[in-house]
Design a binder for this molecule. Structure first.
Ligand SMILES: [Zn+2]
Length: 207
């Protein structure tokens, strides 16, 4: 295990200036499971009953592979203290973490645990504003644009606030564009928003 230094992320993950995103949520989670919370309110989301009812809810919008992904994401995000996968762009993060590009996947996986949502193992600085952090905790949406894509509510005139907005702007300057997923992509993967290199046209899918 130690002989293999992971420079590039595995197939089930893709990188953007915001961090790493799960291309295949089930596969990511199989390799990197996160602990269920000890808080009874959060734990109750991780029961078979909860899975059944959430699955029925997401499937009511259409029996697509994306519906199964959304069910898993919802259960994961609700039952974990701080570990989240954004249901919109599939960014892998912890509550309180802002977007950040990492050089290595290993470096990302081994970053210190922390955040604003409890079960903090080390104090790490909260990198997002209060409103964003609350949304990260509640819905798992990682930033304003992702929240907008999920809810159709308007986050604010710039779609994002404060430092997070500046980082998103930086990503744009690096030539990454933020777009809504095409219908086929969303049906297949559950991804609603995609960060992609301008002109690449590959989206969040394995090619
Ligand atoms: Zn997101």
């Amino acid at each position: 295990m130690s002989a293999n230094t992971t420079t590039n992320p595995p197939d089930y993950v893709f990188a953007s200036p915001l961090g790493f995103h799960a291309r295949n949520v089930q596969e990511f989670f199989r390799h990197h499971p996160t602990p269920v919370s000890s808080d009874p309110e959060r734990r109750q989301w991780a029961t078979p009953d909860s899975y059944q009812s959430m699955s029925a809810m997401f499937l009511s919008a259409g029996d697509t592979p994306g519906a199964a992904v959304m069910t898993n994401l919802f259960i994961i995000n609700k039952s974990r203290d701080v570990d989240r996968i954004c249901p919109s762009c599939h960014r892998i993060y912890r509550v309180g973490e802002g977007p950040r590009a990492y050089a290595f996947f290993d470096e990302f996986l081994e970053r210190p645990r922390g955040g604003g949502g409890g079960a903090v193992e080390v104090e790490v600085e909260v990198e997002v504003d209060k409103k964003t952090m609350e949304e990260q905790d509640l819905s798992g949406a990682c930033c304003g644009p992702c929240f907008n894509a999920l809810s159709e509510e308007d986050w604010g005139e710039n779609g994002c606030e404060g430092e997070l907005g500046m980082l998103l702007e930086l990503a744009r300057k690096e030539g990454f564009v933020f777009r809504r997923a095409r219908m086929g992509e969303e049906r297949e993967t559950g991804v609603k928003n995609v960060w992609e290199k301008e002109g690449s046209g590959s989206g969040g899918r394995a090619s």
